[in-house]
Write a protein that binds this ligand. Structure first.
Ligand SMILES: Nc1ncnc2c1ncn2[C@@H]1O[C@H](COP(=O)(O)OP(=O)(O)OP(=O)(O)O)[C@@H](O)[C@H]1O
Length: 267
């Protein structure tokens, strides 16, 4: 079966721990809720978390089709591939950059994705070998940059945006995560990591802020349980923010020429 993917979206952050994997999982589920066929490639080779976040048993191994290709694992209707399905996740990956890049390419090329409307790629943090490989080998429609409003995260996010610009990958927009916290007792909203940071870099780089997500205990709990907010609590604000973000991404991608839809070959 040929692999045809309508649009590939890389979800990236400069800094680690800002919620890039959380955002990837929820964007994928929210896009699937729009009736799209969606895949997720966990390219965070050194710290894969999609399997856990999408509630896949860590012992799960993909079915092999032949000695080169494998079937993605189903998670809440998404087609998912991660290094976590191939190794023991408690063992640290002590690989140099080129080895990690090769692993990334194999996961991408040797998975039988089938026909997908969208493939979301959860990138490792930073601007290293895997980012370069992505830019050179994968026909990405664009990148979504995840950041918190904190200065130190914004600096790294700017470096990420600069890198994607250098390698001619369009930045589709910025998702500001952990933007505010609403007190569960009195309803008071507090901007724990500062205010307006996402907007500032959006203006500097002429890219839209796609959404501002709350810092919420329920989000952390749902992700830990492997049932992300988009499916655990679709009527709650977090899920509605994700629905709004994917509507914008869908529109931006549909506006791109059809010819940009890649075919993934086995190699
Ligand atoms: N909006 C949020 N509200 C509450 N908790 C959140 C939110 N976003 C992320 N988290 C939690 O913060 C932690 C880090 O999130 P996540 O793993 O998605 O970050 P990351 O940027 O992908 O990290 P890494 O750099 O390790 O890949 C997780 O425990 C996640 O559940």
């Amino acid at each position: 079966m040929a692999n045809t993917v309508g649009h590939i979206i890389a979800v990236a952050s400069g800094k680690g721990g800002v919620g890039k994997s959380t955002v990837t999982a929820n964007l994928a589920l929210a896009m699937a809720a729009r009736g799209k066929r969606v895949g997720v490639l966990d390219a965070d080779i050194y710290g894969p978390s999609q399997a856990h976040m999408l509630g896949v048993d860590p012992q799960t191994r993909p079915d092999m089709i032949d000695d080169k290709t494998m079937r993605p694992v189903d998670a809440h209707g998404l087609r998912v591939m991660s290094i976590a399905f191939l190794v023991d996740v408690t063992t640290p990956m002590v690989w140099r950059g080129p080895m990690a890049s090769t692993a990334f390419q194999q996961l991408y090329n040797q998975t039988q994705w089938g026909e997908l409307d969208y493939l979301f790629i959860d990138m490792p943090p930073g601007t290293g070998d895997i980012q370069l490989t992505l830019a050179q080998k994968v026909p990405v429609s664009g990148a979504v940059i995840v950041t918190t409003p904190q200065d130190i995260a914004l600096l790294d996010a700017e470096r990420g945006i600069e890198m994607f610009r250098k390698v001619h990958v369009p930045v589709l927009g910025i998702v500001e995560n952990m933007s505010f916290h609403t007190c569960s007792c009195c309803g008071h909203q507090e901007a724990i990591f500062g205010e307006g940071g996402g907007q500032r870099i959006a203006e500097r780089y002429n890219a839209p802020v796609l959404g501002r997500l709350p810092l919420a205990l329920s989000v952390r709990e749902q992700m830990d349980k492997g049932v992300p907010p988009v499916i655990a609590a679709p009527d709650q604000p977090a899920a509605q923010h994700f629905a709004s973000i994917v509507a914008q991404l869908d529109e931006a991608c549909q506006a791109q020429p059809e010819a940009s839809g890649p075919t993934i070959g086995f190699s």
